[in-house]
Design a protein around this ligand. Structure first.
Ligand code: ZN
Length: 286
């Protein structure tokens, strides 16, 4: 072998592992954008973290891809909210013996598919579980970042409360596209009177004729004036309901994911404030 080819072989051997390191693999993989932000905020070091469902994706009917499976297999820690909300993640972790590496931020059964990340008090509890999970997986957590995040949650809760404070008693109720916001509404003095779809896990399914007729009746007797739909999902059924009930077009909220970086609603805090503002405006409209 000539000295030159020996040199190139040596350089090739050097560059191979470097090429491997150049692609940083996520060490903490979350199910979707919201817990992924919390991982990024709590970590003390520059560990790589990512989420399976990108901004704009639907949480409930998700299916794991081959790429997701590879990421999950290599992760130090997998983060999900709740096995009822992310049954696909629970099933994958079980089938691949990775349950020991999976932390559920809200492991207890949920009332009606509740979107627990919309409830400030629950978010604080979930952050506590995330912190324990990260430390157990060997990922350092920053106490300073944690304290800052907890303060931010308190500030958001107060702002949301202030946003809804001027609403009159008859302006505090609405109908949603699917169950999940009942426990968000309650502490802020609001009420979900009914849901178009009966389950959060069937967001694209149509309601039964009986359910639809009952809901229409409830809207009339309870004098509901606002119907919500989910941003990014087909609003046809909600639009039809609004039309049949003689109400204005549905208001689209986005509690299902964070918006793309650099746009309003790209963090938990801005998502919460933005949705509260939109909802308050819709409820107050004559
Ligand atoms: Zn949902």
């Amino acid at each position: 072998m000539s000295p030159l080819s020996r040199l190139s072989l040596f350089l090739l051997c050097l560059s191979l592992p470097l090429a491997g390191w150049a692609k940083i693999e996520a060490q903490v993989v979350s199910s979707f954008t919201v817990p992924n932000e919390w991982v990024g905020r709590l970590r003390a070091e520059t560990i790589a973290h990512s989420c399976l469902i990108p901004s704009g994706g639907e949480l409930h009917g998700y299916a794991i891809s081959a790429q997701d499976a590879r990421e999950l297999s290599r992760a130090l820690l997998i983060v999900g909210i709740n096995p009822q909300l992310e049954p696909w993640l629970a099933a994958w972790a079980k089938a691949n013996q990775r349950e020991n590496h999976l932390v559920w931020l809200h492991p207890d059964p949920l009332p009606s598919g509740s979107h627990v990340w919309t409830i400030p008090a629950e978010v604080k509890r979930m952050l506590g579980r995330l912190k324990v999970g990260m430390i157990k997986a060997g990922v350092k957590v920053s106490e300073v970042n944690e304290q800052q995040l907890l303060k931010e949650i308190d500030a958001v809760e107060k702002d949301v409360w202030d946003t809804f404070a001027p609403l009159l008693p008859h302006e505090r109720q609405f109908v949603t596209q699917h169950p999940g916001l009942e426990r968000y509404a309650e502490p802020f003095g609001l009420k979900v009177v009914g849901c178009l779809l009966e389950s959060a896990s069937a967001e694209s399914a149509d309601p039964s004729a009986k359910h639809y007729a009952d809901l229409l009746k409830t809207i009339r007797t309870e004098k509901v004036r606002v119907i919500l739909c989910d941003e990014g999902q087909n609003p046809a059924a909600a639009q039809q309901l609004a039309k049949d009930a003689g109400l204005k077009a549905p208001t689209a909220l986005s509690f299902e994911y964070l918006q793309k970086p650099g746009t309003p609603g790209d963090t938990w805090a801005t998502m919460m404030r933005l949705n509260a503002r939109k909802l308050a405006d819709a409820l107050q409209q004559p």
